[in-house]
Design a protein. Structure first.
Lengths: 873, 293
């Protein structure tokens, strides 16, 4: 790229201070004078860089290109560690892509922004009125301010939402506008986002990363804070139900982890302190909405939704939706729940409405519209259609309701143009032509050079105190190369922070209102949806299962090395039992069990690798880790940043290992690191998760899984007597595997016998790695879970509690000598076998009961078969 | 004419339905042609909540949920309806060339006429099809009076299509109906509407009941009546004019109107979301009894 200026290398950084002014002048002179049109740095006049930009550019100049690139990498790492991702549909390389950041912010002057804000507020007010009218009296249509076809033919005009708007309350609670600065220096609205505007969470994360990597630059510039916007949003939602004594319960409704902006849903839920729910977590009873939580149904007052209009209620809207809640619309109609934004609001996103907004604003507010929209011609009018057909190559053609993708005039072939013309002529009212706005450029970092790139700004607005409030900042997106006019995240765009410059120093505001009286504090944690509880339970189980597998693999590999070194048959005998245990753990049968195992045992490495790294095996190590990741991601909103960073490490390990499925040495190295990470996650949970229902379930999952694995290990390795030498080695391996060798030695000195090992690993209820300990813990956790049958008197035990008590008692009553005794009938340790079987059976049953009781096993909903009009006489 | 209507819908499921959410549009409209004096729902098992409202098109909706497990659902609706004889003197518009009706609608600025344009657009079950327009234009020759052309269209659907309950299901697309030339009243109503809209005229879907009379000398059997569907065409001053292509007549006072919409999807008599239930058996019976001439 010939126009780019290479910045000096960082080695020369030390001597820059004195030379800065001249070098800065040189750099500014080299910065190409914009592509076409307006550049944010130059303002209207390329001769005069405004002072804030000048200072920023000097700072950047001082840092140097390499340092800037390093900071970009650092920001990328931060974003990745915080899990800031954007899911790409149909991306073969897995679901998520890390948010890409340009470390050079977009600066906007205070006065500029004030004008933009006033315009955005006005637009939000008008759109709110349009929403009320179109789902109310429809005067806009009757009075000729909006043509009927523009509304009636729009797929987002949802007739069931008629009469849903509530009086005395803003309807458009959230609003976002995509802005671009035209060559004339004015900001133009090129798109309205009204149903579930996304991006505010990304803007916030971008800011957090920027204040880390550009901390000094940020401090030196007086920049407006973003948090006030979120505080106002919270305040608005809290104020919607003025007659409430308690704070209303707010949930964020997400389509789920597969949605492209799921990260943001989870992020906002944890940032704002709301429950993150999916459609299945909610139910409608008597026209009210309830959250299915671990401790019963909780009434929901406000839903911030990220599910599209049409998918929110399979009863009245799209019948094939599995993302919604049947009866939701009725609850909204009755005023029993407030939905932000209300259903049906996607209609306002129609680009066809844009050309009519100035007249509506004039007619209703008596004001001129302040922010112009990109010039748009709705083809439902003859003159406008003729214009569009004539100027097709210069316009972007959109449908009013996004039923088709946009067509960019300049990119169309003659044949495509003809086809599009035919489509427009057939149903002209579905199409608009829109001017291709050549938006302004701003300095952007590209391969250590500062170059101009086109930018788009998404601004965010929330209803606040009878009017609207604009986020002082926004999400700027940057075109990937100099030719690009269009910017979208789906094609892997780049974002940058937006710094709104303040006239005076800015203070940090707290998101939370100050508390005056202790009485007003709402206590009790946010109710945990049952589905989240279930995911936590499985996080615990998968993590423990993975840890057990890792430990066993490590023991196996160690033993394999012993055998390779000494070729001792006793080692082989132990190895065989360990490999059989591994087969049970991974359920990859016949594996090392059965008649044909001899050959495999002679050369077991390949099979071990399969058990560790084969993604097609549901219980291989790697699949178990992936299941763990999935469960953890499903409750993304519940993890602290530190915990998530650890979870993300595991993801990296998986990617790394998955790519080297045939490297035995590598596997060995990774085992220790993975065990360490898993232990760290457990430690984090123990220390930083509140010990409430969610944590109990997570711990329960762990304990149950650990019991089950331990039972398998003891059964496979210790039931059959194998002679003194082998048994000694076997006991040692079992102790090593259970990380108990040192404890055992300290306690029993030189003695190592099946009695001592069983005493430690099975019966010692004070020892955290013993079976007895796990069972005790499970019993205690069960007692802490919220009761489901509230009428059960406190002295009565639930069925699962009885089962655990039985198991615990049996262990307590067991005598180690009897357990170790070899039965004459079977030639094996019959008492031990019986005990292990009993505990396993009771545990499995208790686990099943628990699942049934606490986790919402929602049957899938379907449509009642409709009757047809049939005059069958 | 005064009627008492009993409309029973019965579902029997193979496995238990744990809960269901439903909407019924089974309350006869009140308008200038008919008055519904009584409309009573009997639902079994008893619903946990019932809400009534009027929908976007002015039809009365009864929404109800059942939260207890059940294997059968019965919805019986009793309605007493008085229907006036709709035969009338047509005004000026009915004799206008159909193009005039179309163009007046297209260019109108009248507040009460603008919303009618909604019914000239395609709707969820009635898409724009080229072959439909060709079929329609045979009746709608240039400059033909709109009423005459509309009657001719009704007549052609009646004579060229065969009534055959086995030829179509509730989800058969219109193109198939046109190709097979077979269907039931719902299909014929959709077809007529599609034709009229393809020309730029406004047409609506009407669901309701039709009184059937036994052959002379025989006693009327129980449960032989049925739900029925026909359509309306908007003719400016003359308002909505109804046509029944299944019987090739313009509806009389034997026609009871339940609901009006753009197509069947807007006025489905009973729809719902159920949890569980697997397979089901469905039985519908309708009795229309004349209680006063």
């Amino acid at each position: 790229m010939t126009t780019d200026i290479q910045m000096k290398q960082s080695q020369s950084q030390t001597q820059t201070a004195a030379e800065t002014p001249s070098e800065l002048e040189q750099m500014l002179a080299d910065y190409p004078a914009g592509l076409d049109g307006y550049d944010e740095m130059w303002d209207a006049d390329p001769a005069a860089v405004n002072p804030q930009w000048r200072r920023l550019m000097r700072d950047l100049q001082d840092l140097g290109g390499d340092e800037l690139e390093r900071r970009r990498t650092e920001a990328r790492r931060l974003l990745r560690e915080n899990g800031v991702t954007y899911n790409i549909y149909n991306d073969p390389k897995g679901q998520q892509r890390t948010w890409q950041l340009d470390p050079i912010p977009l600066l906007i002057k205070s006065a500029d922004w004030a004008a933009i804000s006033v315009g955005l507020k006005q637009r939000a007010r008008v759109l709110d009125m349009v929403y009320r009218d179109l789902y109310g009296a429809r005067r806009l249509i009757r009075e000729g301010l909006l043509p009927p076809e523009l509304i009636y033919a729009h797929q987002g005009f949802l007739r069931p939402c008629d009469q849903v708007p509530q009086e005395n309350m803003p309807q458009l609670l959230l609003y976002a506008a995509d802005l671009a600065r035209g060559p004339d220096n004015r900001m133009w609205v090129i798109g309205d986002r009204t149903q579930a505007p996304s991006g505010a969470g990304y803007a916030l994360e971008t800011r957090m990363a920027m204040t880390r990597v550009m901390a000094d630059e940020f401090r030196r510039t007086q920049v407006h804070r973003l948090s006030i916007f979120f505080r106002n949003l919270r305040a608005t939602l809290a104020s919607l139900l003025p007659n409430y004594e308690e704070e209303p319960r707010v949930v964020i409704l997400t389509p789920g982890p597969r949605n492209e902006t799921y990260f943001e849903h989870a992020y906002l839920a944890s940032y704002l302190g709301y429950s993150l729910v999916q459609g299945d977590d909610l139910t409608v009873r008597d026209g009210k909405v309830w959250l299915k939580s671990l401790d019963g149904l909780k009434k929901v007052d406000i839903i911030v939704r990220r599910v599209d209009d049409n998918f929110c209620d399979p009863l009245e809207l799209r019948e094939d939706s599995h993302l919604g809640v049947p009866g939701l619309l009725q609850a909204a109609r009755l005023g029993n729940v407030i939905i932000a934004n209300p259903l049906g609001s996607s209609l306002l996103e129609s680009p066809g409405i844009m050309p009519f907004l100035p007249a509506i604003t004039k007619h209703w507010l008596g004001e001129e519209i302040l922010l112009p929209s990109a010039a748009t011609w709705w083809c439902g009018q003859k003159k406008e259609m003729d214009y569009v057909l004539e100027h097709l190559p210069d316009l972007v053609i959109k449908t009013i309701d996004r039923r088709m993708p946009s067509f960019f005039g300049p990119q169309l072939s003659t044949a495509q143009r003809a086809e599009l013309k035919a489509r427009i002529t057939a149903m002209p009212y579905l199409f608009v032509g829109q001017e291709l706005l050549s938006c302004s450029t701003a300095p952007s970092l590209r391969e250590a050079a500062i170059v101009p790139r086109r930018v788009l700004l998404r601004a965010f607005v929330t209803a606040h105190q009878g009017d609207y409030d604009v986020m002082p900042g926004g999400l700027s997106r940057v075109a990937p190369d100099s030719d690009s006019l269009f910017i979208s995240n789906q094609s892997g765009g780049l974002s940058k922070d937006t710094w709104i410059l303040a006239d005076k120093p800015v203070h940090q505001v707290s998101l939370w209102p100050s508390v005056r009286q202790m009485d007003n504090l709402v206590t009790g944690e946010g109710s945990l949806p049952s589905r989240s509880g279930e995911n936590l339970f499985w996080v615990g189980r998968y993590a423990e299962r993975a840890e057990g597998l890792l430990r066993l693999l490590r023991t196996v590999i160690g033993k394999l090395a012993d055998y390779d070194d000494y070729r001792d048959e006793a080692d082989m005998a132990v190895l065989t039992q360990l490999l059989i245990t591994l087969t049970h753990f991974t359920s990859i049968y016949p594996g090392f069990t059965g008649e044909d195992a001899k050959e495999l045992l002679a050369n077991p490495r390949e099979k071990i690798l399969e058990m560790a790294l084969d993604r097609n095996q549901r219980c291989s190590l790697i699949s178990t880790l992936e299941s763990f990741m999935q469960s953890a991601y499903n409750v993304r909103d519940l993890w602290s940043v530190d915990t998530w960073r650890l979870i993300d490490d595991i993801d990296e390990n998986i990617q790394y290992l998955g790519g080297k499925a045939d490297d035995f040495g590598l596997l060995q190295n990774e085992l220790d690191s993975l065990i360490g990470t898993l232990m760290a996650i457990f430690g984090q949970n123990q220390e930083s998760m509140p010990h409430d229902a969610g944590w109990y379930l997570l711990s329960m999952g762990r304990r149950i899984e650990r019991c089950l694995q331990q039972i398998i290990l003891l059964r496979t390795c210790l039931l059959q007597p194998s002679g003194d030498v082998v048994e000694h080695l076997m006991l040692e391996s079992v102790l090593i595997n259970q990380a108990s060798l040192i404890t055992h030695r300290r306690r029993y000195r030189a003695l190592q016998h099946v009695y001592t090992v069983l005493d430690l690993l099975l019966l010692d209820s004070q020892y955290p790695r013993s079976l007895a300990y796990q069972i005790e813990q499970i019993g205690q956790l069960l007692a802490k879970l919220p009761p489901v049958q509230r009428n059960l008197p406190p002295h009565q035990l639930s069925r699962e509690q009885r089962l655990i008590l039985q198991a615990s008692t049996e262990i307590k009553l067991a005598e180690v000598e009897k357990l170790g005794r070899i039965s004459e009938d079977t030639g094996s340790r019959a008492q031990l076998a019986k005990l292990l079987d009993n505990v396993e059976r009771r545990l499995a049953k208790a686990s099943a009961l628990l699942t049934q009781k606490y986790f919402s096993h929602t049957e899938s909903a379907r449509q009642l078969a409709p009757t047809r009009m049939d005059l069958s006489v | 004419m005064k009627f008492r209507v009993k409309h029973t819908t019965h579902y029997r499921y193979n496995s238990t339905v744990s809960l269901c959410f439903n909407e019924a549009r089974m309350s006869p409209l009140n308008n200038t042609h008919q008055t519904c004096a009584r409309n009573r729902f009997v639902i079994h098992p008893a619903p946990d909540s019932v809400h009534k409202r009027f929908d976007y098109f002015g039809n009365q909706v009864t929404a109800f949920d059942i939260l207890q497990p059940h294997k059968e659902l019965t919805v019986t609706v009793y309605s007493d309806v008085q229907v006036l004889d709709p035969s009338r003197q047509f005004l000026f518009s009915a004799d206008c060339p159909w193009e005039h009706v179309r163009d007046s609608l297209r260019t109108t600025t009248q507040a009460d006429l603008l919303p009618i344009r909604e019914f000239a657009l395609p709707s969820p079950l009635i898409p724009n099809l080229d072959e439909i327009r060709a079929f329609a234009e045979i009746s709608f020759q240039p400059q033909r009076p709109v009423l005459e052309a509309a009657m001719d269209l009704m007549n052609r659907i009646h004579t060229e299509f065969t009534y055959d309950p086995n030829a179509t299901t509730i989800s058969t697309p219109l193109a198939t109906v046109l190709e097979q030339k077979r269907g039931v009243c719902q299909d014929f109503a959709h077809l007529g509407i599609a034709c009229l809209r393809s020309l730029g005229l406004a047409a609506s879907y009407i669901s309701g009941y039709l009184e059937t009379l036994p052959p002379p000398g025989q006693k009327k059997l129980v449960g032989v009546d049925a739900s029925h569907a026909w359509y309306g065409v908007h003719m400016l001053d003359d308002g909505w004019v109804a046509f029944d292509p299944t019987n090739n007549i313009m509806p009389t006072d034997q026609y009871i109107t339940l609901a009006i919409g753009r197509d069947f999807a807007d006025v489905t008599p009973l729809k719902g979301v159920i949890y569980g239930g697997d397979h089901h058996l469905l039985k519908v019976s309708v009795d229309v009894d004349r209680i006063e001439a």
